[in-house]
Design a protein around this ligand. Structure first.
Ligand SMILES: [Fe+2]
Ligand SMILES: [Fe+2]
Length: 141
């Protein structure tokens, strides 16, 4: 598998139009790329686990921050959005447990790809809804 297939590159179409959220998404994508790189280079389990923990911590922080802003903006989909975050965190935590039990790097690879897919899907489907909401409102934040 080519390294490029793994990398998510930041581009303007990923922007939600709110600087602090874009910055966190950018950071987040960097963490996912690091995780995938650790997996790709078949680094030891401790390294992959650390990258996974770092990514989970960053996800939890970003989700909480985003939910705070959604509440402040009185975004109508805030509750559903929070539920989506909670579900993602559950999925990530479950994957983390599976990581710990798996010794085969191929299994790590599949999980790494799946995490990337879930995050990009959330960004493109759910986060973009508040971008559109803010656009209709006039100006963000
Ligand atoms: Fe979100
Ligand atoms: Fe987000």
């Amino acid at each position: 598998m080519e390294k490029s297939e793994w990398e998510i590159a930041w581009s303007n179409f990923l922007s939600v139009g709110v600087a602090e959220m874009d910055e966190e998404h950018r950071q987040f994508i960097a963490r996912v790329n690091e995780l995938n790189q650790a997996i790709l280079e078949s680094e030891d389990k401790a390294t992959v686990t650390r990258a996974m923990e770092l990514m989970l911590a960053e996800a939890a922080h970003h989700f909480a921050h985003e939910e705070e802003l959604l509440a402040r903006w009185q975004y109508p989909g805030a509750a559903a959005h929070s539920a989506g975050h909670a579900q993602l965190m559950l999925q990530f935590e479950r994957m983390m447990k599976e990581f710990e039990q798996a010794d085969i790097s191929f299994v790590w690879a599949l999980k790494g790809l799946r995490i990337k897919q879930l995050l990009v899907e959330h960004l493109l489907k759910e986060d973009m809804k508040y971008r559109d909401f803010l656009r209709k409102q006039g100006s963000p934040g």
